[in-house]
Design a protein around this ligand. Structure first.
Ligand code: UDP
Ligand code: MN
Length: 305
């Protein structure tokens, strides 16, 4: 039908970092759980296509191409798979994120290879203009709900919000903001929910690419001087890449973010419980409500159900 505008296909884009997977049996097992659980629960209409974007090196791409058909064989929906070369993306990213790498990367220099950990931050400048939304997901996830429901969250973004993201569920940023909290004893920065600002976790991220392109504020915050100013103001020094950047700008400009329910990224890591924060840990870790996605971060096993 030439005139069938209302019947046009609709693409739902998801992106996963997929590097060095051929070298790690553990990553392969995580990936299988993520893919099979997603496929099992996903429901889409006839004219809807789920597009998987994988950012890979050659070895991981070859492995992915070999194992994906089996994971996707029971899919009740249409899908497409695209692999993107990590080296090519890094080349585009490095000039944009180089300056922020100094504040949010491990080590002292702005290493070229670390730029990819900031892909989400500049995604709106990397992908084609006609792409309006993308959901970036970790590999260490397990779905218990329809991933299409996650895309529905884009419709809940308030004006000015550019990214949908869940809160961090450990007191890691209570630790990172230690000096700022000492200087500002009444601050909510680093405090637990529901009233505090625990920071964000990057395992599940909704990137409203159109809003990211249009936001003057967001694009100003990508400038090296603005990043340096905020990092200085908050005495921020991290090593978790995009998640640190979003956490830091979220302290100053919370309206840039649509906070997802904890059930959309139910993190399981308990590392900080045994590293000096046992007394407050539970305040951060608790998550009331349905669990849509488990996140087995820091290699934590995911419950069978
Ligand atoms: N990742 C990857 N290759 C690696 C390590 C990580 O592609 O060798 C990707 C993968 O998508 C993973 C994400 O980076 O989910 C973040 O790493 P991870 O989930 O292990 O971090 P955590 O959630 O435990 O902080
Ligand atoms: Mn993870």
């Amino acid at each position: 039908r030439a005139e069938g505008g209302s019947e046009a296909v609709q693409h739902y884009h998801i992106l996963m970092m997929f590097t060095k997977v051929d070298k790690s049996k553990a990553l392969q097992e995580k990936f299988e759980i993520a893919m099979r659980s997603m496929v099992k629960h996903a429901r889409f209409l006839d004219k809807e296509i789920l597009v998987f974007h994988f950012v890979s090196d050659e070895g991981s791409r070859e492995l992915g191409q070999k194992i994906l058909p089996e994971f996707l064989q029971d899919a009740s929906f249409q899908y497409e798979v695209e692999f993107h070369d990590v080296t090519e993306l890094t080349e585009k990213l490095f000039p944009i994120v180089k300056a922020m790498q100094l504040h949010f990367s491990a080590g002292s220099g702005a290493y070229y290879s670390d730029a990819i950990f900031f892909l989400s931050v500049a995604m709106h400048r990397i992908v084609p203009e006609d792409m309006k939304h993308i959901v970036q997901l970790d590999l260490d996830l397990k779905f218990r709900s329809n991933i299409k429901d996650l895309f529905e969250e884009f419709g809940q973004f308030p004006p000015g919000a550019v990214i949908g993201i869940a809160q961090e569920m450990q007191p890691v940023y209570r630790h990172t903001f230690w000096q700022y909290r000492r200087e500002n004893p009444k601050t909510k920065v680093g405090d637990p929910p529901p009233d505090g600002k625990p920071g964000f976790n990057s395992g599940v991220m909704l990137l409203d690419l159109e809003a990211m392109r249009q936001s003057t504020l967001y694009n100003r915050l990508l400038e090296p001087e603005q990043v340096a100013k905020l990092a200085d103001q908050y005495h921020f020094r991290g090593h978790l890449g995009d998640q640190d950047f979003f956490t830091m700008i979220g302290m100053e400009y919370p309206d840039l973010f649509h906070v997802l329910a904890c059930g959309w990224n139910r993190q399981l890591c308990t590392w900080w419980m045994d590293h000096g924060y046992g007394d407050v840990f539970e305040l951060y870790y608790q998550c009331v409500g349905p669990i849509h996605v488990y996140h087995g971060n820091c290699n934590t096993p995911i419950p069978d159900d």
